[in-house]
Design a protein around this ligand. Structure first.
Ligand SMILES: Nc1nc2c(ncn2[C@@H]2O[C@H](COP(=O)(O)OP(=O)(O)O)[C@@H](OP(=O)(O)OP(=O)(O)O)[C@H]2O)c(=O)[nH]1
Ligand SMILES: Nc1nc2c(ncn2[C@@H]2O[C@H](COP(=O)(O)OP(=O)(O)O)[C@@H](OP(=O)(O)OP(=O)(O)O)[C@H]2O)c(=O)[nH]1
Lengths: 191, 191
């Protein structure tokens, strides 16, 4: 997605060979117009999938997930990383492993919001090790629903998440794919 | 806001005299079209304020904050309750006191995203004790910026937050004001 790549080049900050900071438009400050375009791009890439629901995870997944859902005219659900005041029902849960922190955390979605008939588009901001996306897919499966696809804003293709998800047969669409952060941002060659 | 009140009546669940559950359209599953209307309503109520930025707090503030920002054509920033991978800069912080948990937590916003010239619209999903809104206002003040207003989706008017903020002179606009949850949802009489 050209506009996104331009934003990354002009506003992104490479913090290390492993980490790209995009706090000015995605992870802390959010550019609403860019989110509209991101939502439209996701909707275009998955328009043949008859999506009935978008599933994402707090917090940075909410903005892109909401805009994709708006464009697809379906509800969006965000998985919780921590119990909230009203997250008390029939919970579907899955573990997310963090390689950097070497710890595992549980995420939850209320069963009420995923039916067996749902065709779910999973959305997240970054794809690195793929653990969050895998956990969301596990929750969809636990609900008896279908993962119709996985939409990622920024994929770090030099990390294993992308291969991991594609090898499992998921349709993964990333709006920007970063081949390397060493010496600056270089994108994967797109045909 | 009529549409919101109807959603609350048809889908809201009164959990106790103190707590209203709206997980089906605001706090866990989100209704994107409702969020569009909420964004438009906030923009209408604050159109005279020359807003330059929307400030909210993760997680439930993001959707309404984003839609208000989209309608006002300004960026939205969400305060973090916990450190994130890239939230490392020059941080503005404030304490949020929780009455139910009897504890205080720190929230953070990077100084980069609030300039002295900013006219800030604070947005949040619920207004109960007002501590989160106060903390966001404190952060705006610390940045040397102006709080142009506070937009709330659901105010529980039987709790002190609304009075607290209005007594301090803030322009508070709540899209639904709940007078009581005892025996069901009753709204404040709107003229
Ligand atoms: N900005 C940025 N973030 C990255 C990058 N790589 C991974 N992340 C984010 O870091 C968090 C993952 O960290 P860990 O759970 O510790 O996982 P990991 O070490 O196995 O990658 C996720 O944030 P999250 O759960 O999405 O947090 P939130 O922003 O939603 O609160 C993920 O999106 C990167 O290059 N740049
Ligand atoms: N659904 C619902 N939520 C309520 C109600 N009253 C307060 N809350 C939410 O509960 C959380 C506040 O809890 P505490 O920090 O413990 O504060 P308090 O006891 O002083 O009210 C906030 O969630 P938050 O920080 O906004 O969490 P998040 O949803 O953004 O993750 C607030 O929005 C209510 O009647 N219904």
């Amino acid at each position: 997605m050209k506009l996104l790549k331009e934003k990354i080049q002009s506003e992104g900050k490479v913090l290390s060979d492993q980490v790209l900071k995009v706090d000015s438009f995605l992870n802390h400050q959010i550019d609403p117009q860019l989110m509209v375009e991101i939502g439209k791009e996701f909707a275009n890439r998955f328009e043949a999938e008859q999506i009935t629901k978008v599933l994402t995870i707090e917090s940075s997944g909410i903005a892109p997930g909401l805009m994709a859902a708006l464009e697809l005219n379906v509800p969006v659900v965000f998985a919780r990383k921590r119990r909230s005041l009203t997250l008390i029902d029939d919970l579907l849960t899955a573990e997310v492993h963090s390689f950097t922190k070497n710890e595992t955390n549980q995420i939850s979605v209320s069963r009420k919001y995923l039916r067996e008939t749902d065709r779910v588009l999973i959305i997240d901001d970054f794809l690195a090790n793929g653990q969050a996306a895998l956990a969301l897919a596990e929750i969809v499966k636990e609900a008896g629903a279908t993962v119709s696809g996985i939409g990622i804003v920024i994929e770090k293709s030099f990390q294993p998440g992308g291969d991991l998800l594609r090898e499992k047969g998921f349709k993964v669409e990333s709006l920007a794919r970063i081949a390397s952060l060493a010496g600056g941002v270089s994108f994967v060659e797109e045909l």
